[in-house]
Design a protein around this ligand. Structure first.
Ligand SMILES: [Zn+2]
Length: 416
């Protein structure tokens, strides 16, 4: 009996040491090419945080061209890899959230906002409850700092409403929102709404008082209303150029005032389908690398094979082989199937911005908007949220993702 007992003890000791090492986060150095200046760098990680970022003389050959950057922050994730945060007949589960997170990590995302769109109060309440219960799950490593509610307080007009179901579009209602936010453990950190709807200005003021970011989206507000909404505290135009009718008045449309007011940030869907290169170039030239956020608006159709799908509302959606999600009944797009990394590469391509600027638009800028002081850049004291990738043929190829100091994705493990 003695030897097995001893063995067991040795095993337990080893396991304990392993756990302790895991808990303390250990101490590790990540080397690569720094995203901001293309110089070799070593990032020291301890206890899940960045301890130091030091220039080094050279990199081993196999790490040449391996870029190290802050992990991507995606502020509009409707779902991923078959998991939807709104649709799905209320079948969202904690395991589904874990699965979506795992799949997003593979694309370099280290922080994201599950985004719930226009639906019945009951369904939103149910799904926010599930999300509220799972948000602080230690296994998620703080990847989800909060939620984004896009709708239901948007324009009912065709085109502006996009693929949001008309029967659930309603006027801003603070008491309904409070109930949803309570279910979400007060972690709804952004609401996208239409400022021309009745009661919107009061709603925006209340959001500001409660530290909730207001995005303007799916609206047809005139210039005066846009400026009034910004005065009340609106901070960003959500996916500018989308959530807009195909035919608009050339003088009077919601694009001009949102571009003209320099207080307003914008988010853009950079997947190559939602905006033409000229739109991205013009938006970027006006708002610049400080006030532009790249978002994905990615849906559950990401990482699925092309085909036609019927959602629980009975609407037919089509995922094309090129990765476009169409809603043929309204001739609009119904979100995207491309993770944020595709948008980052595409925005670089069409604007000619630097890698540093492109990464900042998908990491530093959203962190600043939401007040995430612990992430969005590679500096001592920040969370060790890192992505290592190569730029190959205009694409970002993720090799490794690290969240709070833990390697959550390694391409080489994936291939074994
Ligand atoms: Zn939208």
């Amino acid at each position: 009996m003695k030897p097995p007992g001893k063995k067991l003890l040795a095993c337990l000791t080893a396991a304990l040491l392993f756990l302790l090492a895991g808990c303390s986060g250990g101490h590790s150095d990540i080397t690569g090419v720094f995203y901001a200046d293309n110089e070799p760098v070593s990032v020291t990680i301890r206890d899940g945080k960045i301890l130091a970022v030091k220039k080094i003389l050279r990199l081993p050959e196999e790490r040449a061209g391996l870029i190290v950057a802050p992990g991507f922050i995606d502020n509009q994730v409707n779902g991923f890899a078959g998991i939807s945060f709104t649709f799905g007949g209320g079948e969202l589960t904690a395991d589904g959230v874990r699965k979506a997170t795992l799949e997003l990590w593979k694309t370099g995302v280290t922080t994201y906002l599950p985004t719930l769109t226009t639906n019945s109060h009951e369904l939103l309440l149910k799904n926010f409850t599930i999300l509220g219960e799972v948000i602080d799950d230690p296994g998620l490593l703080g990847t989800i700092p909060g939620f984004h509610l896009e709708g239901p307080f948007i324009s009912p007009a065709d085109g502006y409403r996009g693929a949001h179901p008309l029967r659930y579009v309603r006027k801003p209602d603070w008491s309904e929102f409070t109930e949803l936010n309570k279910a979400a453990r007060n972690r709804i950190i952004e609401v996208t709404l239409a400022p021309e709807t009745e009661g919107a200005m009061d709603f925006i003021s209340k959001c500001r008082e409660n530290g909730i970011i207001v995005g303007l989206g799916h609206h047809n507000a005139d210039a005066a209303t846009v400026y009034e909404a910004i005065d009340h505290g609106a901070r960003i135009a959500t996916h500018l150029g989308n959530g807009c009718a195909n035919m608009i008045n050339r003088h009077l449309n919601p694009l001009w005032p949102q571009l003209a007011d320099s207080r307003l940030m914008i988010s853009i869907i950079g997947d190559g389908f939602h905006l033409n290169p000229e739109e991205i170039r013009v938006f970027y030239r006006i708002k610049g690398p400080e006030k532009t956020i790249i978002t994905s608006d990615v849906t559950s159709y990401a990482a699925l094979p092309p085909g036609k799908f019927t959602n629980v509302e009975g609407d037919t959606l089509e995922l094309t082989p090129e990765g476009m999600v169409r809603y043929p009944a309204q001739n609009v797009l119904a979100g995207s199937a491309s993770p944020i990394k595709k948008g980052i590469a595409n925005v670089m391509d069409v604007t000619g911005c630097s890698l540093e600027e492109a990464v900042n638009m998908a990491s530093r800028n959203p962190a600043e908007l939401y007040g995430f002081k612990d992430r969005g850049s590679l500096e001592p004291g920040k969370r060790a949220d890192l992505v290592l990738f190569r730029l190959q043929h205009g694409e970002i190829v993720v090799e490794k993702t690290i969240v709070a100091g833990k390697v959550v994705y390694d391409k080489h493990d994936d291939q074994e």
